[in-house]
Ligand binder design. Structure first.
Ligand code: DGY
Length: 322
């Protein structure tokens, strides 16, 4: 069975596939765009995909031999699940192994914005190390403040736990379902969306992205947030309207923003958000730890190996396919 992997992943995953007797094809050029995959995909039975490449009707029509997709991500918003289901193509993902790393990134962004870390680091790099100025670039403390989590699943829970333990933050959340574990262990309170946006000192997005969420955090939401609030997004850039976010940050409607995801990605170097001192942007590196990335390689390989044996993928985004 041929497995196409579009970019090198940690060896553990590649070795597992090879040991299972699968023929692994990885292009020399790790920066191939999806339009350049043709020669590799035409004979592939399964694809292990790194990144947000689109798997839609057009892709499945072009490569009918492909019968399984193992994503190297927990998010699967770039896959047309209906099309995959119609063709009985299982789509694997990598939950859990990256929850802590991604939550740590949200926690890092929250603190970086609260203490203007990236702005101050840039000043040092630019040779502007001012003498101690009691009024310059003051941050804010997070102790006892309210953290609002939009989407309290595995990653949201880890962010809530970190923040509650480190800063004794009061946790409120809005979610499709109540999270009993968070209510019990972290004293988290379920609130309406309106309460979430009006009561949070830090609002952190952790939900799975679907098209209905497009631009959910927009002008009308930012206007209702507290003027001292920090907006953090480590989920998907589509959740926020970036122009409205810029306006909210420059007009003082909100205090700061930390983003690991942008809209679009990659973000343009000229994006006006990058000029702001109250913003920290990272290039979608939420899961970029050795531990998480190895775990993702293992889970993706487990999914392909199960498929190759005619078994159910153990970590499957569309279990209804079986
Ligand atoms: C994920 O796993 O969904 C990350 O955001 C990488 O795409």
């Amino acid at each position: 069975m041929n497995v196409f992997i579009n970019k090198r992943i940690p060896e553990i995953g590649i070795n597992m596939l090879k040991e299972a007797g699968l023929n692994v094809i990885i292009p020399e050029n790790g920066n191939l765009v999806q339009e350049e995959w043709g020669e590799y995909c035409k004979d592939a039975d399964a694809i292990l995909n790194v990144g947000i490449n689109k798997f839609d009707k057009d892709f499945f029509d072009r490569f009918p031999k492909v019968k399984a997709i193992a994503l190297y991500s927990v998010g699967f918003d770039h896959v047309d699940i209906k099309e995959a289901n119609a063709r009985k193509i299982p789509v694997g993902n990598t939950p859990d192994v990256l929850s802590k790393a991604t939550a740590d990134t949200a926690f890092l962004l929250m603190q970086s914005v609260a203490r203007r870390a990236s702005y101050n680091f840039q000043k040092v790099k630019d040779g502007n190390w001012d003498l101690f100025d009691p009024l310059e670039a003051l941050g804010q403390e997070l102790y006892g403040k309210t953290l609002g989590i939009f989407g309290l699943g595995r990653i949201g829970f880890e962010m809530a736990k970190n923040s509650h333990r480190a800063f004794d933050m009061n946790i409120i959340y809005h979610n499709r379902h109540r999270n009993e574990q968070a209510e019990k262990e972290l004293n988290a309170t379920y609130v309406s969306f309106e309460e979430l946006i009006t009561q949070s000192d830090v609002l952190s997005v952790h939900a799975n992205y679907t098209p209905e969420h497009a631009d959910l955090f927009n002008k009308s939401v930012f206007e209702k947030m507290k003027p001292g609030a920090i907006f953090v997004n480590t989920a998907r850039g589509g959740f926020h309207n970036q122009t409205d976010l810029y306006d909210a940050l420059t007009s003082g409607k909100i205090w700061g923003a930390g983003l690991d995801v942008t809209n679009p990605e990659p973000m343009s170097q000229d994006d006006p958000l990058l000029q702001l001192s109250n913003v920290c942007v990272l290039p979608h590196v939420g899961s970029a730890t050795m531990e998480a990335r190895s775990g993702m390689a293992r889970l993706a390989a487990e999914n392909i190996i199960a498929f190759s044996k005619g078994e159910k993928m153990p970590h499957c985004a569309n279990p209804e396919v079986y």
